[in-house]
Design a protein around this ligand. Sequence first.
Ligand SMILES: Nc1nc2c(ncn2[C@@H]2O[C@H](COP(=O)(O)OP(=O)(O)OP(=O)(O)O)[C@@H](O)[C@H]2O)c(=O)[nH]1
Ligand SMILES: [Mg+2]
Length: 397
Amino acid sequence: MPPWWRALLGGRRLWRPAPPASPAPPPVGSWQPPFSTSCAKCSKNRRLRQKRALSERKLTRCFVDHRKVRVIGGQGGGGGHSFHSEPRKQFGGPDGGNGGDGGHVIFKADQQIRSLSSVLPFYQGFHGQRGGSKNCYGASGAYMYIKVPVGTLVKEDGKIVADLTRHGEEYVAAYGGAGGKGNRFFLSNDNRAPTLFTPGEPGQERVLHLELKTTAHAGLVGFPNTGKSSLLRAISNAKPAVAAYPFTTLNPHVGIVHYQDYEQIAVADIPGLIRGAHQNRGLGMAFLRHIERCRFLLYVVDLSVSQPWIQLQDLKYELEQYKKGLSKRPCVVIGNKIDLAQSRINLPLLKEQIDDRVIALSALMGNNLEELLLHLRELYDSYVKTEQSRGQIPVKW
Ligand SMILES: Nc1nc2c(ncn2[C@@H]2O[C@H](COP(=O)(O)OP(=O)(O)OP(=O)(O)O)[C@@H](O)[C@H]2O)c(=O)[nH]1
Ligand SMILES: [Mg+2]
C-alpha cells in the first residue's frame, strides 16, 4: 500500500500478516510421513464414476435406420487465362494452368457408428481451385467422407447400388466435376496465343436412400417379453432396457461375447415380433429387416407359457414369409425362464415337439448360460469354416 494511502486512512494498517504458526507436534506413537499421502489414498479408494447408461427412450430418439440424402460432388475449378510477360520477353505465350478437380463425396462404413442419426440430409463436396498464371494448376477438392454404420444399404430409385457390410468399405456417392483447361492447354502451332479456357464441370448430383440393417453373427429372435434383452445383458456388456411389458426394446442392440482365445461374437437383440409381423403388424418389417444380416439365429421362447412350441412355429412362419429361406438358417432354440416351476413342466413337452436343439436357461438367474456360450461358439466356428471354404472372409468383430 502506498504511504499516502495509509496517511489517508489515519495511519491505520488494514491488513497485518499473521505470525508464522509453529508446527504442531505429532501425537505420540503415530508417525506421520513428511509428505501428504491423503491424495494418493483418496485416488486409490475412490471408485471411478460410471457413465450413466442412456435410457431406452433416449436411445430410440437417437437411433435412425433410414435417411434420404442429397449429395453433390465438388465443382471443378475453372481453367486459368493469362499470358506470360517479363522484361525482354514481352510475348511469353499463354500460361494459364488447368483448374483442380472437384472432390468426391464418399460413404465409408465405420464400426464405431451405431445409427444413421449423424448423417445429414445434404452434402456438398469441396470445390477444386481455379488454375492460376505461370502454368499453376488449381488444387483438387479434398474428398468428403461421410461415416455410416456397417450394414448400410445405399439405394437409388429403389435399386440397391451399394451394400457396405465391412468396416472401412467405401462407396463414391457423388463424383466431383473435372477441372477446366487453362489457355496454355490450347496452345498449338496454328494458334500461338489462345484466349480460350474452359470452366470447371459441376459435380455429380444424386438423391440416395440409406437403410441400415444391423449386422451381427447371431440374432435373438422371439416374441415380446420372452427375455431377449435380459439374455443379452447376461452374456455381454450391452445394456438394453429390461421391463415386464412388451416392446420394451424398439431398436436392435448389439452385444459382444468375448472368448478366451480373443474371438468375439456379435449378438443382436432384435425387438420382439408378433403374429403377422411380415404384414408389418407391430412394426414387423422394421424389425424383421434386422434379422436378415444375422448368420445364425437364437430363437428365444418363454417356457413358462403354455405350449411354447407354438411360439417357435409362429416365429419361423413369420421369417419364412418375410424372406424365403430365412428360417432355414443355422439356429438353436433357447427355452428361457427355466427358474419358474411351470417351465420345468413345459420343457420335456417342447423337446418332444421340435427337432431343433433346445437349451433351457434362465437369463435372470444366470442358470445354464455356459451351454449357450459353448453352442454359440460351435455355430460361429462352423460359420467361419463355411465362409472360408467358399473363399470369402468371415465377418469379424
Ligand atoms: N423369472 C424369470 N424372468 C425373466 C427371465 N428373463 C427375463 N425375465 C423377465 O421377463 C421380463 C421381460 O424381459 P425382457 O428381457 O425385457 O424381454 P424382451 O424379450 O427383451 O422383451 P421386448 O423387449 O419387449 O421384446 C422382465 O420382467 C424380466 O425380468 C428369467 O430367466 N426368469
Ligand atoms: Mg427387450
